[in-house]
Design a protein around this ligand. Structure first.
Ligand code: PEP
Ligand code: MG
Length: 361
């Protein structure tokens, strides 16, 4: 049990007395949620639902859904996924009782969901009752040369809204079930990924709100929830004033925001960034420690424009930088409400948040 006891526990209590920033965690399994909670996480700042879709027991249904030729085919596969997804959220809500849980709707690089070999194609063909050749044809239609700049994030929700409908239904059904069983309502915050325009968020928020209304009517119970967005594209940061009309919170996705602002692939950067740091082009690896001059400026712009539209809009950060002390100092200075770090970095984030608060006072 990774509880913080002894002198270290005392130090953490002192840190909590002086820090202003909230500290949440990035987690999507009940075990990680529990570890983070024991380490003092005050909620989930990012639950990446695509990780749940890779589960071996359901990947065939996911592939069936992605490769379906039409909405009806997708809905058939989604019906298989709904009970499992509801169970995922129910378990997380149970661990995080009393704390906010930010659930990000599906943000896959689509190619990771496509079958990779003959036997995977055969499994999907059997489940969907269609020929392997038909599936291969469909997979080649979905092929992308640049998946990280492609059909991912809310773009998937815009083109296939039934996917986000299923996920939103699963969230609200799970929340109602937990409220019913425990007497304490979960606090879901539904987050839309990779938004670039206000209209994308408006469309996706309508899907989420519609599912909430449907589920609450069916269950005879209402759960309070928020709908917000990731800010992880430069355009989203610049348009934050318009985007805030539709979102009740922003969470800065600094992994993608760094990638898209610098035009450097987050997956391949290691090949040359060390030299860039050695030669003084960047002070530190910008995927580890926030590029405050560039990416940080976009965050400041977004915070300012978002607040101008919606005073008091909740602001957090959920990229890897949320667990990096220098980046946390920047978050303190910018007045964000919380940082979200991976479970084992939660204690460091608590200490760094306290240090940042002390340095300001
Ligand atoms: C991000 O882009 O910073 C983020 C948190 O989302 P992901 O890492 O899942 O793309
Ligand atoms: Mg991202």
């Amino acid at each position: 049990q990774p509880e913080l006891v002894g002198d270290f526990g005392v130090l953490m209590v002192w840190a909590d007395k002086v820090r202003r920033l909230g500290v949440r965690t990035n987690a999507e399994t009940p075990l990680d949620c529990q570890v983070a909670r024991d380490f003092g996480a005050e909620g989930i700042g990012l639950c990446r639902t695509e990780h749940m879709f890779f589960d071996a027991a359901r990947i065939t249904a996911v592939r069936q859904m992605i490769l379906a030729p039409d909405e009806q085919g997708r809905r058939l596969a989604l019906a298989k996924l709904l009970p499992e997804q509801r169970d995922d959220f129910r378990q997380i809500f149970e661990v995080m009782v009393g704390l906010p849980v930010t659930i990000r709707l599906l943000d896959p690089p689509l190619h990771e969901f496509l079958p990779h070999n003959q036997s995977e194609f055969e499994e999907v063909a059997k489940a969907a009752d269609v020929g392997v050749e038909t599936l291969k044809q469909r997979a080649s239609e979905l092929h992308e040369f640049n998946p990280m700049l492609g059909h991912r994030g809310c773009r998937l929700g815009v083109t296939y809204p039934e996917i986000y409908e299923m996920q939103a239904r699963a969230i609200f059904e799970a929340a109602c079930e937990v409220a019913e069983a425990s007497g304490e309502a979960p606090i879901p915050e539904v987050m839309i990924p990779l938004v670039a325009t206000a209209r994308e968020l408006e469309l996706m928020k309508d899907v989420v709100n519609r599912m909430a209304r449907e589920v609450f009517a069916e269950k005879g119970r209402e759960i309070e929830y928020l709908v917000g967005t990731m800010i992880e594209l430069p355009r989203a940061a610049l348009m934050a004033g318009e985007i805030a009309e539709h979102g009740e919170f922003f969470s800065f996705g600094t992994n993608d925001l760094t990638q898209t602002t610098l035009g450097v692939s987050r997956d391949d950067a290691g090949r040359f960034l060390t030299q860039y740091v050695d030669k003084g082009i960047f002070p530190r690896d910008p995927f580890v420690s926030l590029d405050i001059e560039g990416v940080g400026q976009l965050i400041e712009i977004a915070a300012e424009r978002g607040r101008a539209t919606r005073p008091g809009i909740k602001l957090g950060i959920c990229g890897e930088h949320g667990g990096d002390p220098a980046s946390i100092a920047f978050c303190e200075k910018t007045g964000l409400d919380y940082v979200s770090a991976s479970p084992y970095r939660v204690p460091i984030a608590r200490l760094a948040a306290a240090q940042a608060a002390l340095n300001r006072s």
